[in-house]
Design a protein around this ligand. Structure first.
Ligand SMILES: NC(=O)c1ccc[n+]([C@@H]2O[C@H](COP(=O)([O-])OP(=O)(O)OC[C@H]3O[C@@H](n4cnc5c(N)ncnc54)[C@H](OP(=O)(O)O)[C@@H]3O)[C@@H](O)[C@H]2O)c1
Length: 225
């Protein structure tokens, strides 16, 4: 049986990933910043809930301690934030900017680095992170979202670099694009989360080392850099 670890699995896309992989018989390790918000995760998906605040090094260390030596086939660095998406340049604050970069850009790298031994012990050796069309410089033809865009473009840079460095270890590092999905992050506008996740699951099922370094949408298409 394969094992998947999903960060930020207590709601939104992470929850639905846990639900669908769990329904397929995977062992699901779902993290939650506050496990008291993850009652449904445990009850409805059968996931094992593990506490994790991706912005706290001691929390990542504790997760690694709890998972010591345990193989992980697939990592989904899903936890992320977005706020003040419509802020004009002068309204973007240093505090907001750094918080979003910390969560969306640095934390996935820190998590992947910490879990590398578990990925190496896994059979599938797949490390994914949640990118976005907003990461694309080439496809940005309407502006807005300075902070969120920067965080996801930075994530692309981080993950594509991991892909190159970890290729020799056989670890597939691929960025996923869920599409615009109806979750709390989008005020519940967009695609049904079930549709997005079913698509990303198909993408993950087909990944090979040749896909390492790509950004692949839920619909199987590449996102331009
Ligand atoms: N929805 C979309 O249209 C869309 C599009 C492209 C990419 N994405 C990306 O997909 C991922 C999931 O988004 P979503 O729509 O499911 O968002 P969401 O419903 O807002 O859920 C975000 C999840 O991330 C967790 N999280 C945030 N900060 C955290 C931290 N410091 N430590 C641990 N967990 C933390 C949240 O936990 P709490 O409950 O504790 O806050 C929650 O579980 C994000 O990376 C997002 O950028 C979403």
């Amino acid at each position: 049986m394969s094992t998947i670890l999903i960060s930020g699995a207590n709601r939104g896309i992470g929850f639905e990933l846990a639900r669908q992989f769990g329904a397929d018989g995977w062992t699901v390790l779902g993290t939650a910043r506050d496990p008291s918000t993850a009652g449904e995760l445990e009850a409805l998906t059968g996931a094992t809930v593990l506490p994790l605040d991706v912005n706290r090094s001691n929390s990542i260390d504790a997760l690694c301690g709890a998972l010591d030596g345990r193989p992980i086939d697939v990592l989904i660095a899903n936890a992320g934030i977005a706020f003040n998406l419509e802020a004009k340049p002068a309204e973007v604050t240093r505090e907001d900017f750094l918080k979003v970069i910390e969560t969306n850009t640095f934390a996935p790298l820190a998590l992947a680095a910490a879990l590398k031994p578990n990925l190496l012990a896994g059979r599938l050796k797949i490390a994914t992170a949640m990118s976005s069309l907003m990461s694309s410089i080439g496809a940005n033809d309407w502006g807005t979202q300075y902070t969120y865009r920067a965080s996801k473009t930075g994530l692309n840079a981080v993950w594509s670099t991991l892909a190159r460095e970890w290729r020799a270890d056989g670890i597939i590092c691929t960025l996923l694009r869920p599409g615009l999905v109806a979750t709390r992050m989008t005020n519940f506008n967009g695609l049904a989360v079930e549709t997005s996740v079913a698509g990303m699951k198909n993408v993950i099922a087909r990944l090979t080392i040749a896909d390492s370094g790509r950004i692949i949408g839920y619909d199987g298409t590449d996102v331009p850099w």
